[in-house]
Design a protein around this ligand. Structure first.
Ligand SMILES: CC(C)(COP(=O)(O)OP(=O)(O)OC[C@H]1O[C@@H](n2cnc3c(N)ncnc32)[C@H](O)[C@@H]1OP(=O)(O)O)[C@@H](O)C(=O)NCCC(=O)NCCS
Length: 184
């Protein structure tokens, strides 16, 4: 189908994703992120946390052309404030649809829904070449380190090591080092 074909964007809860769609989504993610096949062969999100919701772009035929999953994480600050946050994963658009603003549309829907759910912040981890792309979309680099931990002693090795965040309400993103926990 040509890129003229309209794309619809919908928000899906886990209860709306049956086994068949789950398998199609995992195949889609493997096609976009072949290096992460070992994860996506089993599940759609990192570190065993199922998405709170998934934003999906499809053509009328049902073909999946874009995806963002939002999982819940907890962040804690140097002064022990804790926040449940929306963590964005698997941001992806098929190559034929790139450069048309579809990822911005998906991200906007995911940000709006995260805000509606009540999360004060959204965060994601990306690779260095995408930092500018996210910055153009309003995402910011934290003031200090933002490290994901399995427990207090063991930082999780991230394949995408640039954390970025968005403020979703009036709470300013905390300054200082941030620990990210999965999920609490
Ligand atoms: C990231 C993505 C969703 C953006 O889709 P899009 O809105 O259609 O945007 P584009 O693909 O046109 O890319 C936007 C910009 O990022 C750059 N970019 C995208 N992927 C890149 C990569 N892997 N390496 C370097 N630059 C990249 C593009 O060159 C473009 O830069 P420009 O606007 O200065 O020309 C899409 O490129 C994609 O699915 N990439 C593969 C999966 C991925 O890496 N996801 C990010 C996980 S954090």
């Amino acid at each position: 189908m040509s890129t003229e074909t309209p794309v619809s964007v919908q928000i899906l809860r886990e209860s709306e994703i049956d086994e068949r769609l789950d398998a199609r989504l995992r195949s889609f993610l493997i096609s976009i992120f072949p290096n992460w096949e070992s994860i996506f062969r089993k599940r759609r999100a990192w570190h065993d946390a199922p998405p709170v919701f998934t934003v999906l772009a499809t053509e009328p035929s049902g073909k999946i052309v874009g995806h963002v999953a939002v999982v819940e994480r907890t962040i804690s600050t140097e002064w022990n404030a804790r926040f449940a946050i929306a963590s964005f994963q698997g941001v992806s658009v098929i190559p034929e649809r790139r450069g048309s603003g579809l990822s911005t549309r998906l991200l906007d829907v995911a940000l709006e829904e995260s805000k509606r759910v009540g999360y004060p912040f959204a965060a994601l981890f990306c690779r260095e070449p995408l930092v500018r792309f996210y910055q153009r979309n309003g995402w910011k680099l934290p003031y200090d380190s933002m490290i994901m931990w399995r427990d207090r002693e063991l930082p999780i090795h991230m394949q995408s090591d640039y954390p970025m965040y968005r403020e979703l309400g009036s709470t300013p993103f905390p300054e200082g080092a941030i620990d990210v926990h999965n999920p609490f």
